[in-house]
Design a protein around this ligand. Structure first.
Ligand code: PEP
Ligand code: CO
Length: 446
């Protein structure tokens, strides 16, 4: 038991960036008190288990695959949608496990990823100015005054939608759907059916042989039939994550039980801000996004604030530098942190530093830039003798046209065909698998 009660509300006295301007405080308070009475979505013991897995990543003994939508929507919490995402993530994970020869820690960017930081508080269309869309947890995507008005009842819907999604992921990953042989068979289909896939015939054949060998030996471990899977989101709306923070009865310590892992975004990681303070008090494994303007001193102060005990697995830095910056912006951070003796896991988000606007006005990303940033991330860590610990991506299991490039090349003119994201452009299923095989090649070229 901890001696001192931990103050989980000290963040309220600090500046909290990117919070909605709730029009009705008493409605917000009523919702928060209802959320406080609802059951946890995850258990503290599961968060600790993920922390152990992340400690292995920090030691260089495991690799993280974290991904999902930029912004989940309430309408998107369907069985098909969740299944397709999981299917793609598991397909990627097998390839990475085989190539990296280390366990792959699978973390969904789902069951809570409903709030978005925005570069501008309002959006102007045709001379009309309305509040920006901040994610389904806050307001609606439709460009009308009613829909864009922040509505605290949405926090409750976010909780229930997260519960539905998490229930589906638990059923899919424990109920036989995630069987390794089945997932490998899907990869074989990808290799056989797509021009991008054919490049990877050799790798798929090797995995096939490894599985056949295991089978011949009579090895059929439980791990071939079920999958350990964790949830995560950017804990942006502090009223929501605070309301879902509970004291664990085993240890007397607070956990944000809305997800196994939560992270702080690039726009809310101010050292004296509310998010860093709140995160310093919960015991989950946590992440912090680091963009190209981060100084080594800032990163070291974040470590001091968020992981003063230097607990392995507690803190992950998710770098998102951009393909053109990663090779010069990342090394000073990694070098100084390594020299300090701090234990952190490093993950690469190759999405958020590579967004641009196509002539059609669609926000998009080039698969080649995404791949190049991952390659740069590997190069930097290899050169410094540190571990490139994982990737964090925005993807969907469906056949959308939001990012350009890939095996069935999507060009800028195609973007309007199936541009379905509520926020940033996601890799589609084929582009995601392509990425997994390319990362596998990076691993093997080491
Ligand atoms: C995101 O992950 O969707 C996001 C907004 O990222 P960042 O905080 O790195 O900009
Ligand atoms: Co995004």
């Amino acid at each position: 038991m901890s001696a001192e009660p931990i103050d989980l509300d000290s963040w309220r006295d600090l500046a909290a960036a990117q919070q909605p301007d709730w029009p009705d405080r008493s409605a917000l308070e009523a919702v928060v008190s209802e959320l406080q009475g609802l059951p946890p979505l995850v258990f503290a013991g599961e968060c600790d288990e993920l922390k152990d897995r992340m400690a292995a990543v920090a030691r260089g003994e495991a690799f993280v695959l974290q991904g999902g939508d930029c912004a989940e929507t309430f309408a998107g919490a369907t069985a098909d949608n969740v299944r397709n995402k999981l299917k793609t993530l598991l397909q990627m994970a097998i390839v990475l496990t085989y190539a990296g020869r280390v366990p792959v820690v699978k973390i969904g960017r789902l069951a809570g990823q409903f709030a978005k930081p925005r570069s501008k508080p309002t959006e102007i269309r045709g001379g009309v100015e309305l509040p920006a869309y901040r994610g389904d947890m806050v307001n609606g995507f439709d460009f009308t005054p009613e829909s864009r008005r922040p509505d605290p009842a949405r926090l409750l819907r976010a909780y229930h939608s997260s519960a539905v999604t998490l229930n589906l992921t638990r059923a899919f990953t424990k109920g036989g759907y995630a069987d390794l042989h089945q997932v490998h068979a899907w990869n074989q289909d990808f290799v056989a059916e797509s021009p991008a896939g054919r490049r990877y015939e050799q790798l798929a054949r090797e995995i096939d042989q490894a599985l056949a060998f295991m089978h011949a030996c009579g090895a059929d471990p439980d791990e071939f039939h079920t999958v350990e899977f964790y949830s995560s989101h950017e804990a942006l709306i502090l009223d929501y994550d605070r309301a879902l923070t509970r004291i664990d009865s085993r240890t007397g310590l607070p956990y944000d039980v809305s997800a196994h892992m939560v992270w702080i975004g690039e726009r809310t990681r101010q050292l004296d801000g509310a998010h860093v303070d709140f995160f310093s008090r919960i015991r989950n494994p946590i992440g912090v996004k680091l963009g190209p303007t981060t100084s080594p001193e800032e990163a070291l102060t974040l470590i001091e604030r968020l992981n003063p005990a230097n607990e392995p697995g507690r803190l992950t830095f998710i770098s998102r530098m951009g393909a053109s910056r990663v090779r010069d912006a990342l090394p000073p951070l990694v070098e100084k942190i390594r020299a300090s003796g701090a234990q952190v896991a490093w993950i690469c988000d190759p999405m958020h530093g590579n967004t641009f606007e196509a002539p059609s006005g669609h926000k998009t990303r080039r698969l080649d830039d995404v791949l190049d940033e991952v390659a740069g991330f590997f190069e930097v860590h290899r050169a410094l003798g540190t571990h490139p610990g994982g990737i964090h991506i925005e993807f969907t299991g469906d056949d959308v046209t939001e990012c350009v490039g890939g095996g069935h090349p999507i060009v800028e003119e195609d973007l309007a065909l199936r541009y379905e994201t509520a926020c940033d452009p996601r890799l589609n299923r084929g582009q995601s698998l392509d990425l997994a095989f390319r990362v596998a090649e990076l691993y093997r070229s080491a």
